[in-house]
Design a protein around this ligand. Sequence first.
Ligand SMILES: [Zn+2]
Length: 84
Amino acid sequence: MNSSSPKTSFSLFGVLCATFGHDYIVTRKVTNHINEYKCTHCGREVTDGEGGKLETLTQNIKDVNTNVAAFFQKKMRRISTNQI
Ligand SMILES: [Zn+2]
């Protein structure tokens, strides 16, 4: 299925997103402050970066987020058991 070229519809979505903005949904919660998002129109993936700006979600950042999420969940579990 890789041989098909979805270029026409892709650029149409690109125009939609450029006009109306991306329609992001949260695909993964990394921490309380960092989420990963995906645009339901063009499939663009972004994540919360430094200073609250959205950054393009590269494979490298995805790997970092995976580590951060694992660390964060461990930490959260410890905090919640301490609080209770
Ligand atoms: Zn988009």
